[in-house]
Design a binder for this molecule. Structure first.
Ligand code: PXP
Length: 250
């Protein structure tokens, strides 16, 4: 029998950061990530992800407030482990927070959180967020040292960083996939709910969607890019179909 956290279904969290990137590029009021979230939810997104970065390069504070107030599907706020971000999350109360590492100069989140090196700060953040009624995930690489440290923090969920898989090709990608699948099984056996994301596209999503313990994928850049060609609702629906097709044909 399937356990509660190892389902035939797999959820799609649509990251709308890059709707805001386009808006910020011109300093206009459009396009609105909250309006995009409405379309994504109608097209089958199970949740909406936004990343409030320290430099506010895309999502702004008012987006977070409006998204949490208006989204009809749960909001997952990605954020760094800083007092500023923890205070914002506790005030706006998204359903989920995913704690991520953040360096100002990076193009995007380039690796997982080093939970092992910051276990006290992360444990304290998890406790504060939990007491505000928020479920926390830690964004980590498929690394057992990070898994052991994650278990010490009390975080109920992890999101496995799939960027190395997405960037690799050939045998290296096959090896990375096997590493992620084995790691997901260990994390699930340890009682954690397992998510994955970063760098996933229509072309590379199926093998990740087939990993049984993975119950949620968070995908942004490729869906927004594809939306330019086929429309946003179609891009969300296509990704969801690709994930579900892979899941059911394993
Ligand atoms: N998951 C996390 C934790 C992320 O930081 C990001 C990027 O913001 C994503 C998923 C989505 O990555 P991508 O935009 O490459 O699909």
């Amino acid at each position: 029998m399937l356990q509660a956290t190892e389902s035939k279904n797999i959820r799609l969290g649509v990251n709308v950061d890059h709707v805001a990137t386009l808006r910020q590029a011109r300093g206009t009021a459009y396009p609105d990530p909250v309006a995009a979230a409405r379309i994504a939810a109608s097209a089958g997104a199970d949740s909406i992800t936004i990343h409030l970065r320290e430099d506010r390069r895309h999502i702004q504070d008012h987006d977070v407030q409006r998204m949490c107030a208006q989204s009809r599907v749960p909001v997952n706020l990605e954020m760094a482990v800083t007092p500023e971000m923890i205070a914002i999350a506790c005030a706006v109360k998204p359903r989920y927070v995913c704690l991520v590492p953040e360096r100002r100069a990076e193009l995007t989140t380039e690796g997982g959180l080093n939970v092992a090196a910051h276990v006290n700060a992360i444990t304290s953040a998890c406790k504060t967020l939990k007491s505000a009624g928020i479920e926390v995930a830690l964004f980590i690489d498929a690394d057992d040292e990070q898994l052991a440290a994650t278990q010490d923090t009390g975080a109920p969920h992890i999101e496995i960083h799939t960027g190395h898989y997405a960037d690799a090709s050939g045998d290296a990608q096959t090896q990375e996939l096997a590493r992620i699948a084995a790691f997901a099984a260990r994390a699930h056996a340890a009682g954690l709910e397992v998510h994955a994301g970063h760098g996933l596209t229509l072309e590379n999503v199926a093998p990740i969607a087939r990993i049984a313990p993975v119950v949620e994928l968070n995908i942004g850049h490729s869906i927004i890019a594809r939306a330019l060609l086929v429309g946003f609702a179609a891009a969300v629906a296509e990704m969801r179909d690709a994930m579900l097709h892979a899941r059911h044909s394993r």
